[in-house]
Design a protein around this ligand. Structure first.
Ligand code: GDP
Ligand code: IMO
Ligand code: MG
Length: 428
């Protein structure tokens, strides 16, 4: 079972970092294939907390080669800040590989991300402001800057000129900002070029050869299914393919090589930023989930919006990603609730939808059809087998499994590496 994918099945922050880290001892490569430092993964090892943004979570496992694939957008300053911070804590980052075809977040793209959001006003997306959308837009517009461009100053200058030409018109005439010069941009981008050079590699070749040799490659998604630019709640999405389909384009590994796709799903739901969220709780129950689950963004510190588990979203994720397994996280956060409602379908102006409405306006108007399950009060953080869980917690998990379209192979009962119940092996 050589190629395994881990993706978010909701709106992000499901615990993909922990799930990836946990598999670290069993895998040879961990590849980030989409997104950039909009992601924030918290991994807890022996009580020590690590917050990762751009580096694959596999960086924390000694035997793993971490890879930043071609589908990622890289903020070089953030990359080296993150590397330096890990080195200070004794983590070996020397095996890191970076695709020569990955795009670089130029400083003007951060500026444009922020001014565009301000300009949108009420219609804003609530982006992380890291320049992700404008950098992917440049890629699709064919005016992006790639890692390989950093090693030829003439080419870099020409590309920056090409990219800035239009942008300065926009910045000055529409957004009333100062023009950005080619020189300042080139200087900024070249600052890290020499440090980056030894990490740059033909990552599709390396990954395909690794698979040929029987190595185990894990692909770690950033963001999640409902934030995917094609399959999420457009336009309230990120600008990359965060679903399993993004693995192939974002890494150069073909679909026939992938045999396991793991969706990470929280025992309730959260969302950061704007956009529809049918099971959102705006009352004290939402507050309870936020406080108990520590639901504050790792990247921007924003409070996450919280709501009940949405089985329609879970079934949609099962389908869109071709999931083979779910990892259910944060079951422990629900301890103490008398009743736990789960959304099993939507009511849209009196019409029942058992599956995700294909029309976005219907999703915006969707009211959850809730079914209540009995809660439990026992502490479950020490449970390590399914049978260790109180009967009502077991029933809740089995109900979610039945409703969500894919078996639940692991259950998270705490943030630590070992706080997991494994029901089926995830690799092998
Ligand atoms: P990611 O972006 O999908 O990697 O998720 P985040 O790291 O942004 O958010 C998940 C948070 O939940 C992190 O703080 C994790 O340490 C924590 N976490 C992961 N799994 C569990 C779990 O099973 N129980 C609890 N209580 N916390 C968890
Ligand atoms: P991880 O990998 C949760 C959200 C932003 C915003 C939208 C677009 O930690 O799960 P962007 O800056 O990407 O253009 O913002 O996507 N968003 C995330 N929400 N978890 C993330 O990553 C996210 N990355 C982006 O809040 O609504
Ligand atoms: Mg996160």
């Amino acid at each position: 079972m050589p190629a395994v994918v881990v993706v978010g099945a909701q709106w992000g922050d499901e615990g993909k970092g922990k799930a990836t880290d946990q598999l670290g001892a069993q895998v040879d490569y961990v590849v980030k294939f989409n997104g950039g430092n909009n992601a924030g993964h918290t991994v807890v090892i022996d009580g020590e907390k690590y917050a990762l943004h751009l580096l694959p979570s596999g960086i924390l496992s000694p035997g793993v080669t971490p890879v930043i694939g071609n589908g990622v957008v890289i903020d070089l300053e953030v990359l080296f800040q993150e590397i330096d911070a890990l080195v200070t804590r004794g983590v070996d980052v020397s095996r890191l590989l970076v695709s020569s075809a990955a795009h670089v977040i130029a400083p003007y793209n951060r500026t444009i991300d922020k001014v565009t959001e301000r300009f949108l006003g009420k219609r804003k997306i609530g982006t992380t402001g890291r320049g992700i959308g404008p950098t992917y837009a440049d890629k699709i517009n064919r005016v992006g800057i790639r890692v390989q461009d950093l090693f030829d100053e003439n080419i870099l200058r020409q590309k920056v000129e090409g990219a800035l030409d239009q942008k300065n018109h926009l910045l000055v005439k529409v957004y009333n900002r100062r023009a950005i010069t080619v020189e300042e941009t080139v200087e900024d981008l070249l600052r890290y070029a020499e440090r980056l050079r030894p990490m740059v590699a033909d990552t599709p070749l390396i990954l395909n050869r690794a698979l040929d040799a029987g190595k185990i490659v894990l692909f770690e998604g950033g963001q999640a299914t409902m934030l995917d630019v094609d399959h999420g709640t457009y336009p309230f999405v990120t600008s990359s393919n965060a679903t399993a389909g993004g693995v192939c384009t974002g890494s150069g590994v073909g679909p026939t090589r992938i045999d396991r796709v793991i969706g990470v799903v929280k025992a309730y739901a959260t969302r950061v930023g704007e956009g529809p969220f049918p099971t959102e709780l705006l009352d004290e129950m939402g507050e309870f989930l936020r406080a108990t689950g520590g639901e504050f963004g790792v990247t921007t510190g924003r409070p996450r919006r919280c709501g009940w588990y949405d089985a329609v979203v879970a079934r949609y994720s099962s389908r869109i990603n071709g999931l083979t397994d779910f990892v259910l996280t944060k079951l422990d956060v629900l301890t103490g609730l008398e009743k736990i409602p789960v959304c099993v379908a939507y009511d849209v102006d009196g019409v029942r939808y058992d599956e995700m409405p294909a029309d976005q306006s219907n999703f915006h108007h969707a009211k959850p059809v809730l079914v209540e399950y009995d809660g439990w009060t026992e502490d479950i953080t020490q449970a390590r087998t399914f049978e260790d869980l109180p009967v009502n917690a077991q029933r809740y998990v089995l109900a979610l499994e039945e409703l969500s379209g894919t078996r639940i192979s692991a259950i998270g009962v705490g943030p630590g590496r070992d706080a997991t119940i494994l029901r089926h092996d995830l690799i092998g």
